[in-house]
Design a protein around this ligand. Sequence first.
Ligand SMILES: [Zn+2]
Length: 280
Amino acid sequence: MICKFCNNSDVIRSKSINSPFYPEKNYILYECKHCLSRFFNVHQHDVSINEMYEKLALSKKNLSITFLKTQYWEDQKRYILQILNKTPKLILDVGCRTGDFLMHFNDAIIREGVEISNYCTEIANKRGLKIYNKNLESINFNKKYDLVSAYNILEHLIDPLSFLDKLSSIINKNGLLVILIPTHESLREKLLMRFHKRWHMYVPPEHLNFFSTRFLDSYLNKYNFKLIKRYYSSGGIFNPFKRIPVINALFNKFMYFVDKSFINRLPIFDHLFSYYKKIE
Ligand SMILES: [Zn+2]
């Protein structure tokens, strides 16, 4: 097996992981000793990826046109404006779902999204957003953006490198690229794999790619993207008290402050946020 990221042949079969979508199927988790990334081979089993996503979409058909601001996206917006040091004119959120993140910016900004789900696109359109309802790679952009975000997308893609190539080509000088991926280079992954025997991010064939920070940074550096900010977050899902409302609320508050503290610079949690600025 050749590494799908760096093309090196120093790849080992690290583990066998059961698919939550096809319980009778196991996928080999490959690990590249050269770039430290990990991946599943989507072709290991003859299953329909489209069918899997249809099933997933049907299980989440309770999305609303009504839009509510959230602390999560407000924080994202604040970090971005701090780094950009000015208000962006043109923004693009790739994999924007119903456009929640875009809706946190006011409509004086040109807000666009890319989303393959027809159902989500319909809702985002009703919210007044411009959505490209197709794969990023097949879109002919006639402009460049001040901000491009890709939250929770890279891990899903069959060809994540051509996706990154395309993203890199549509960002203005001094513009910002924001990427959120699950990271296997975290203490949480190690603890869960050691004691729980599974990490909820290893869900083949929905999640296929696990970039190492080393590889992601060096790949984007080639396109003159410089890492400006990086932190590790629990993603707001790490709560063992979900069933007890009062403790749930307190715990969420506590986790919010933990997430924002200095410990988010350490690879403890498994949601990795990276902010790259395009320099030239
Ligand atoms: Zn590699």
